[in-house]
Design a protein around this ligand. Sequence first.
Ligand code: KIV
Ligand code: NA
Length: 277
Amino acid sequence: PQKKGLPDLMNKYQSHTPITMVTAYDYTGAYNVDAAGIDMLLVGDSLAMTMMGHDSTHHVTMDEMLHHCKAVANGVHSSFVVGDMPFGSYEVSPQEAARNAIRLVKEGRVDAIKLEGGKRVVESVRSIVAAGITVVGHIGLTPQTATALGGFKAQGRTANEAKRLLEDALALQESGASFLVMECVPEILASHVTKQLQIPTIGIGAGLGCSGQVLVYHDMLGIYPKFTPKFSKQYADLGSQVRKALTEFRNEVTNRTFPAKQHTFNMKTEEFSAAFP
Ligand code: KIV
Ligand code: NA
């Protein structure tokens, strides 16, 4: 299949066909997501946790994000690739935001960038859009500023918070964002916001009313050892399968049943005798 572009994704949105998105952080992950026909692939800054084992997304740098984006680019044929702007790469000034977004496109070969926040980031969104780069917004639970939001919990559950969420969504659309990720938002509110917008929403913990859904690769495949969030469905238990395979290898080496004949190379006995008479 051909590379998916913005028009293909907008066609899905217009025809009310849900858009699919999954994170991936390296060549093999990207290969799998792409081969499964997932529309959009997110090189999320969640890689700080899933790939690096940090306890928050704060600690991943631009250079580290670029390293993962480059690996993903080699595994993708068809999926539309979005790269996350890491914490610290867009808050200081709109100019710096554009400069870092350009690096993700130019060096990391992503098709679009994603950044967190509502009204507070619209100047950065404008600056990145003005550079010709497609922007994905991210509102609701924004992990980079979770402490300020009172922790990892659902957002927009009071009347004031709900109104502010819609204002943030409209401000992002107004400033040129092409998609909006909504994380940990009550289903009724996420559906309402989706109906008020003319751009697709991609939900995670935001219910069926969004224009699409995103999940974290490690969560949905059961390979992140620390926890699985309530909103993530585990479609496989690969972690236990990986550990089972590794234990089997360890046992077979220990009791000398691996390698077997078919894993070894032969040599003519006369050649061996000629070398070592
Ligand atoms: O980094 C990430 O994986 C994300 C998704 C949860 C949307 O931002
Ligand atoms: Na992220």
